[in-house]
Write a protein that binds this ligand. Structure first.
Ligand code: AMP
Length: 184
């Protein structure tokens, strides 16, 4: 298990679980949302281009996202694996990821899905209080997840490890570990 993607609606705890699993698997944790937020904070050209999308809770256009991911996945620390958090977010991005990996004869090993009810998510996100966590933006991001990202669950059907994301962080981690072991 070295090339892993984690998907789930905003607020499902992807970032927390991704950080844990990147440590356990010994691979870098790559969060596209985090990379975009860094660009915004550092006022880079890309930061200027993407800020409006982040603020509105909309997906950044694929050309910009794909370039960011291609660049990150060409860095040497990813040669032996990665844990991707927040990418892919739609089927076109998943196709691109497949293509990038095929260029080095690699492929994904598993896709982890965290399942959490929308009402719980909205409460969690309002409590988190990040700049893009106002109620309207949160609802927008949930809608975008449902329409754009959930088709990935079928796309990755043969490698999907789907777990209930409600509970203590450690409980959820154990469920994911059990699911990954079952797949081996
Ligand atoms: P996240 O931290 O994963 O919730 O992402 C925060 C924001 O970054 C999202 O609401 C999008 O605006 C943008 N973003 C992150 N990942 C992607 C992606 N794969 N494709 C398009 N936009 C993204």
């Amino acid at each position: 298990m070295r090339r892993v993607v984690i998907v789930g609606p905003p607020g499902a705890g992807k970032g927390t679980q991704a950080a844990t699993f990147s440590g356990k698997l010994g691979v870098p944790h790559i969060s596209t949302g985090e990379l975009f937020r860094q660009h915004v904070d550092e006022d880079t050209e890309l930061g200027h281009q993407v800020k409006g999308y982040l603020v509105a809770g909309l997906l950044v256009p694929d050309e910009l996202t794909n370039e960011l991911v291609r660049g990150r996945l060409s860095e040497p620390d990813t040669a032996h694996g990665f844990l991707l958090d927040g990418f892919p977010r739609n089927v076109d991005q998943a196709d691109l990821l497949k293509k990038i990996l095929a260029e080095t004869d690699a492929a994904l090993d598993a896709v982890i899905e965290l399942r959490v009810d929308e009402d719980i998510l909205v409460d969690r996100l309002l409590a988190r209080g990040r700049a893009d966590d106002t109620e309207d933006v949160i609802r927008n991001r949930q809608r975008v997840y449902r329409s754009e990202t959930t088709p990935l669950l079928d796309y990755y059907d043969d490698m999907l490890v789907s777990v209930n994301g409600v509970g203590e962080v450690d409980e959820v981690t154990d469920r994911v570990l059990a699911g990954l072991c079952d797949r081996k």
